[in-house]
Ligand binder design. Structure first.
Ligand code: PMP
Length: 365
C-alpha cells in the first residue's frame, strides 16, 4: 500500500493529521457546536421553492459575485451589528473556513506569517499551513483572556502579516472586548481578522467588532450561518470589511466558487432570519444551565459567550471524555489538560449531559 511518505508531499504537511472531531456514534452528539433545533417549517417550504427555481438555471454558472446574497447579508449585519454595512463590504464563501482561507491566500502565503492567540480555533494554523503561511502561537492569560498589554507586545515582536482574534473564542467561549481589538489593530501593520463565528450567542452587552470597521481598512470580521442560523450543512460563511479587502479577495477566489443552489438556499434562509434566530435564546439558556450546574458537582467552567462551555477541572480529560461517551454523551477533548468542551443544545441534551457528568464527576475530578 502506498503511504503518504511515498508521495512527493510538501515538507510542511508531512506528519500532519487532517482536522476533525472523532465521528463516533453516540446518542447525544455535543462535540461540534451545531445548533440542534430543526429548521422552521415555513423556511423548509420556501427552500424547496427557491432550490427548484434555481435548478432551472443549473446549466448556467452562478452569479460569480453573489451580488444579491451579499446584499441580504449586509442587510442582516446592518440590522444586528450596530453598524451600517454596504453590500460591497461583504464577501461570502463555502463556510467561513473558505473565507478565512481566501484571506490567507490574499494576505498571507510564502514568506509571510499569521498569529493567533492559543488555545483557539485549531483550523487557523491548519489553513495557514495549507496556504504556505508561517504560524506564530500568541499567548493568553491563565484564565484564557487576552491581556491587551501582553498581546500588543507579542504583535510588535512577531510583526505578523495576519492576526486572528476569535471572539467569542473557540474552545474557551471567551469574548474579547473592543478596546483590546482596537489596541491590537494599532499594534499591527497587517490584517486583523476577528473570527465572530459565535457572535450571535454573546451575552447581553458584548458588542461586535463590526462597530470598529469605520476608518480601519485592515480589519476583517468573519461570520457564519453554521452556528446561530442552524445551517451547518449549507456551508455559508462571510466577512465584512473595507470594500478594498473584498477587491483583494477577488484576486484569489476561484471563479464561480459559490454554487447557485447555495446562494439560493442562503437567501431563502436569510428571509427567515427572525424565525431561525429564535432558537438562540433557547440555546443560551441551556449554556447558562450547564454553567450553573457545574459547581454542585465540584466542577467549574470558563465564562462563555458562545453556544458551548469549556468545563473542568477533570484529572484526565481523555478518561473523562471516554466515561461520558460510555454514557451516550459525546463531548470534545480539545487537548487542554483538565478541560473538556460541551455544546449547548436542547433541554433534553442538557439533561443527558448533566446526568452523565454527575455520575462520572466523583471519579474524575
Ligand atoms: N471559526 C470558528 C471559531 C469556528 O469554531 C468554526 C467552526 N467550528 C468556524 C470558524 C468555521 O465554520 P464554518 O466553516 O462552518 O463557517
Amino acid at each position: 500500500m502506498t503511504s503518504l511518505d511515498d508521495l512527493p508531499l510538501r515538507p510542511e504537511l508531512r506528519g500532519r493529521t487532517p482536522y476533525g472531531a472523532p465521528q463516533v456514534p453516540a446518542a447525544h452528539r455535543l462535540n461540534t457546536n451545531e445548533n440542534p433545533h430543526p429548521l422552521p417549517d415555513e423556511l423548509l417550504a420556501d427552500l424547496g421553492a427557491a432550490l427548484g427555481s434555481a435548478a432551472l438555471d443549473l446549466n448556467r454558472y452562478p452569479d460569480r459575485d453573489a451580488v444579491a446574497l451579499r446584499a441580504d447579508l449586509a442587510t442582516y449585519l446592518t440590522r444586528t451589528g450596530g453598524q451600517p454595512i454596504e453590500p460591497g463590504q461583504v464577501w461570502a464563501g463555502n463556510g467561513s473556513n473558505e473565507v478565512l482561507q481566501q484571506i490567507l491566500q490574499a494576505f498571507g502565503g510564502a514568506g509571510r506569517t499569521a498569529l493567533g492567540f492559543t488555545p483557539s480555533y485549531s483550523m487557523h494554523p491548519i489553513i495557514a499551513a495549507g496556504t504556505g503561511t508561517g504560524w506564530v502561537d500568541g499567548h493568553r492569560a491563565a484564565d484564557f483572556t487576552i491581556d491587551p498589554g501582553a498581546a500588543v507586545a507579542q504583535l510588535r515582536e512577531a510583526a505578523p502579516d495576519v492576526v486572528f482574534v476569535t471572539s467569542p473564542n473557540n474552545p474557551t467561549g471567551t469574548a474579547v472586548d473592543l478596546d483590546t481589538v482596537a489596541a491590537l489593530y494599532e499594534a499591527t501593520p497587517g490584517v486583523l481578522v476577528v473570527d465572530e463565528a459565535y457572535a450571535e450567542f454573546a451575552r447581553t452587552g458584548t458588542p461586535s467588532a463590526l462597530t470598529l470597521l469605520p476608518g480601519r481598512p485592515r480589519l476583517v470580521v468573519s461570520r457564519t450561518m453554521s452556528k446561530a442560523f442552524g445551517m451547518a450543512g449549507l456551508r455559508l460563511g462571510y466577512l465584512a470589511a473595507d470594500p478594498a479587502v473584498v477587491d483583494a479577495i477577488q484576486l484569489v477566489r476561484l471563479p464561480y466558487h459559490l454554487g447557485s443552489l447555495t446562494q439560493a438556499a442562503a437567501r431563502a434562509a436569510l428571509a427567515h432570519t427572525d424565525a431561525l434566530l429564535a432558537t438562540v435564546d433557547a440555546v443560551k439558556a441551556q449554556r447558562d444551565r450547564i454553567v450553573d450546574a457545574l459547581p454542585s458537582m465540584g466542577l467549574t467552567s470558563v465564562p462563555s459567550d458562545a453556544n458551548f462551555v469549556l468545563f473542568g477541572h477533570v484529572a484526565d480529560a481523555s478518561a473523562a471524555w471516554r466515561a461520558l461517551l460510555d454514557r451516550g454523551v459525546l463531548v470534545r477533548d480539545v487537548g487542554l489538560p483538565g478541560w473538556l468542551r460541551v455544546t449547548a443544545g436542547t433541554p433534553a441534551e442538557t439533561d443527558a449531559f448533566l446526568t452523565a457528568l454527575g455520575e462520572i464527576a466523583p471519579d474524575h475530578r
